[in-house]
Design a protein around this ligand. Structure first.
Ligand SMILES: [Zn+2]
Length: 386
């Protein structure tokens, strides 16, 4: 009996060490490794630009923070977004997108929907509820619930915008908007649009890195157009004033969506193709971007390699200027892709560096105001549920 007790004690100790390793070392280590910020000396912001930056309404169309086991209420030294850093950067509106399936070996050329999924081990290692281990829908629902918990917690001063009226908040309140990264959480069922809406989702990406039930991904195997289910889903989303995001959709899907109606759509994170090999693979052709702008849609310019060519604040400013030339001053916004397993040169507390870089390049203050946030506010006021 003595021996049995000793073995029991030993197993308990080993289990504790294992848990400590997963929660204390493995999970935060993965987060830090997957969402790095390139080391740099502090960016120089002139007093005048800082004052101007502080006067801006700032909106970011895409951040994947809900994927990570990181209590957003506190400041962290890993990843790109938490509430204290959003406040330091002057952010008023943050779109929280939810990643629910990611094929191993993620690339811009072609990913199989049947490749082993990276989110399953992440969900298990981060102690997500068991229901999320096998259901993609539940992963989207659970991530929405995480943001709802933050909304409910005293002192967070974060609200999830569900209607246009929710966009009018006192200074100091951060407005969160829930978005799916791809519509595979529908699991092929149209009624799941309503269920996700009830969880607070007001923006839905159609695809992520692989072809799904709605149609082809820009990085899928077939890269086809909208399926019948895709058409039905887009129609339903529009009836419900859910914003349609084509950030990872195939060219054919985007052309099909544009052919269905002239209702505005967004590219939550991306850029223009330009001359870079990577941006040519990750971004949509110029004529589609022009059409999206003509319909009153917007492009959120990402801060990562692929969306843009040079990820420094100066490079981000250059990509914004290219987008402005192509789409005009009312159609360009920020779409960081922070915490989306991307390497950046800044986190969200350092957004003034982008304002400074735009000013250094001679972009007019009135245009900077639009790009940094006013375009998104205008778009949401026109397109969210009343
Ligand atoms: Zn993405």
């Amino acid at each position: 009996m003595k021996w049995l007790r000793r073995i029991g004690l030993l197993l308990t100790i080993l289990l504790m060490i294992g848990l400590f390793y997963v929660v204390g070392i493995l999970v935060p280590g993965t987060d830090k490794k997957m969402n790095p910020v390139v080391a740099h000396t502090p960016y120089k912001i002139s007093a005048d630009t800082q004052k101007f930056h502080d006067s801006l309404v700032i909106a970011d169309l895409h951040g994947d923070t809900l994927l990570w086991r990181r209590n957003m209420i506190h400041r962290h030294d890993r990843g790109h977004i938490d509430l204290p850093r959003l406040r330091e950067g002057g952010v008023n509106i943050q779109v929280f997108s939810t990643v629910t399936k990611a094929p191993r070996g993620l690339n811009f050329d072609g990913n199989s929907a049947n490749a082993p999924d990276n989110i399953t081990p992440l969900a298990i290692a981060q102690f997500w509820p068991v229901r999320t281990w096998t259901s993609i829908y539940e992963r989207a629902a659970y991530q929405a619930e995480r943001l709802q918990d933050i909304e409910k917690s005293k002192g967070s001063h974060l609200i999830i915008a569900r209607t246009k009226a929710d966009l009018d908040q006192p200074d100091g309140t951060i407005i969160g908007i829930l978005a799916t990264e791809g519509s595979h959480p529908l699991e092929g069922k149209i009624e799941n649009i309503q269920r996700l809406y009830d969880e607070g989702y007001r923006m839905m990406g159609l695809q992520h890195f692989f072809d799904n039930e709605l149609g082809g991904s820009l990085h899928g195997e077939v890269k086809g157009g909208l399926t019948d289910f895709g058409r039905e889903a887009v129609t339903k989303m529009r009836q419900m004033n859910i914003i349609v995001d084509v950030a990872h959709s195939s060219e054919k899907v985007v052309r099909d969506v544009l052919a269905m109606s002239s209702d505005p759509i967004i590219i939550s994170h991306g850029g223009v193709r330009g001359d870079c090999a990577n941006t040519k693979k990750r971004n949509l052709p110029d004529d589609i971007l022009r059409q999206i702008a003509a319909n009153g849609g917007i492009l959120g310019v990402g801060y990562f390699n692929g969306a843009i060519c040079d990820i420094t604040p100066a490079g981000i400013a250059d990509a914004i200027i290219d987008a402005l030339k192509l789409m005009g001053p009312n159609a360009v916004a920020l779409g960081s892709d922070f915490d989306g397993t991307v390497k950046t040169t800044l986190d969200t507390s350092e957004l003034a560096a982008i304002t400074q870089a735009l000013r250094d390049r001679g972009v007019k203050d009135a245009t900077i105001r639009k790009v940094m946030g006013e375009n998104v506010v205008q778009f949401l006021k026109e397109n969210m549920p009343g």
